[in-house]
Design a protein around this ligand. Sequence first.
Ligand SMILES: C[S@@+](CC[C@H](N)C(=O)[O-])C[C@H]1O[C@@H](n2cnc3c(N)ncnc32)[C@H](O)[C@@H]1O
Length: 225
Amino acid sequence: MRLYNIIYQLILYPLMVIVRHYYGLFLHVKERMLEQRQEKLLGIKTRGLYRQKEDVSLFGDETIYAPLKYSELFKMIEYLKVKESDIFFDLGCGSGRVIFALACHKIKKAIGVELRKTLVDRALTNQQAFSGDSSKVSIIHQDVATLELSDGTIIYTMGSLGWKTTEKMLESLKDDLQKNPRRIRVIVYELDRAHVIYERCDWLNHNDSINDTVLEVWENSQYRN
Ligand SMILES: C[S@@+](CC[C@H](N)C(=O)[O-])C[C@H]1O[C@@H](n2cnc3c(N)ncnc32)[C@H](O)[C@@H]1O
């Protein structure tokens, strides 16, 4: 037992730390290469963080910009199996990575809503350069808290977007569904314990988790498959 402890502490544990470190590095490099390839293919630039305070949201709870990884984005697209009738919303779209990737698929519309003007401008520049059908893409400079999600069938958002903003968005989505009943899927990147807000909505069910991601799928109860 003593010998095992010595071997573990001197050899196995340091080895495990090194392997974990290099595996993490390998995954990071792989993701960066995928990112470079995809941005080139799509003709867009959406990399990097943006944390500048500029337009302030109604509730002052806006989050920073950090794009979804392409590897997770592809898993989401594969999961969604979008149809020609789908209208996709990215709430807090930043420079538009998600909507441009979605617009490459059979979908009616991919709509990005963004609060920060700088990011909206980047998204509009991306729309000009986009190698796909840019007429399927709309970019709206607006606070999600004041938005009407009319006709949307898939709503995606990363994290809570700010708790109050998300609560307000869900209230107006509920109202909209009463006026215009339809199946709706809400895809939430689980950040800031966002699920707590969604769990409070008795009209939404947690339907699924997308494999190997932290993307959670919520669906309105009466239209659940
Ligand atoms: C974490 S980023 C996600 C970017 C993108 N959805 C993605 O997954 O690649 C969150 C974005 O939401 C925007 N945002 C935060 N609060 C917002 C609000 N109230 N209305 C509109 N956009 C908001 C931020 O400016 C930021 O670009």
